[in-house]
Design a protein around this ligand. Structure first.
Ligand code: SF4
Ligand code: SF4
Ligand code: SF4
Length: 228
């Protein structure tokens, strides 16, 4: 069984946020109203944070793209009283919207701010995109389920792409990748099997220094960063 993970090369990231936009489009993540945007209440499954270090006048700000870390020891799974958040056999942490009771314990437990409470009314019909390339239209209605309002949601590593790709016998990590990886114009994001020494992610991690966010918490994130 693979263990899916992602590598983000901060040296190649140009901060364009194509990943953020692609994620919203792929997963039907609502846009915030102008007022929500102004008050920073709109939400993202993939976000950019600005990390500032140093002391004035030698101050440096770095933009860091952040999806869910898909922690191997995920606090969000531990605290969920409804078993709505769980770990798949391939290590992806997912959310069953039908079980979510909107208690927000997982939002508090996540040390990465990866989770969002979706309080927006959404149309309870299947989400379909009209701009898909022909090979994707064969999937039928867009597989990501429409959720009702009042549930917590987050990045899924685009597991619907992975599952469909595996059914079609495609290579995950090269032929099929998450939307954010596909959209990145500078090749800063890599996706693949962390347990396969020949995968692109494993080979990259073996050849470069890397770090995980908040390693001291022992959540064992499956998103790795390559420093500048
Ligand atoms: S980053 Fe947060 S939401 Fe994602 S698996 Fe870890 S604890 Fe859960
Ligand atoms: S893996 Fe998919 S769901 Fe996660 S940030 Fe990337 S595009 Fe969004
Ligand atoms: S799309 Fe790529 S280069 Fe642009 S912000 Fe995201 S990771 Fe960085």
């Amino acid at each position: 069984m693979p263990r899916w993970g992602m590598v983000i090369d901060l040296d190649k990231c140009v901060g364009c946020q194509a990943c953020t936009v692609a994620c919203k489009a792929e997963n039907n993540v609502p846009h915030g109203s102008p007022e929500e945007q102004k008050e920073r209440r709109d939400f993202f499954w993939n976000k950019m944070i600005a990390a500032t270090s140093g002391r004035y006048p030698s101050v440096k700000t770095e933009l860091i793209p952040m999806p869910c870390m898909h922690c191997d020891k995920a606090p969000c799974v531990t605290v969920c009283p409804a078993e709505a958040t769980y770990r798949r056999a391939d290590g992806i942490i997912v959310q069953d919207f039908r079980r979510c009771i909107g208690c927000k314990y997982c939002i508090v437990a996540c040390p990465y701010g990866a989770r969002n409470f979706n309080g927006k009314e959404q149309e309870e019909k299947e989400y379909s995109r009209h701009d898909l390339p022909p090979d994707r239209k064969s999937w039928g209605p867009w597989p990501f389920p429409t959720r009702t309002h009042g549930v917590v949601e987050k990045c899924t590593f685009c597991f619907h792409r992975i599952d469909q790709g595996l059914k079609e016998g495609k290579k995950i990590g090269t032929e099929v990748v998450p939307a954010c990886v596909e959209a990145c114009p500078s090749g800063a994001r890599i996706f693949g099997d962390l347990d396969d020494p020949k995968s692109n992610v494993s080979r990259t991690l073996a050849s470069r220094d890397s770090f995980q966010l908040r390693e001291e918490l022992s959540t064992h994130p499956k998103v790795y960063y390559l420093p500048k």
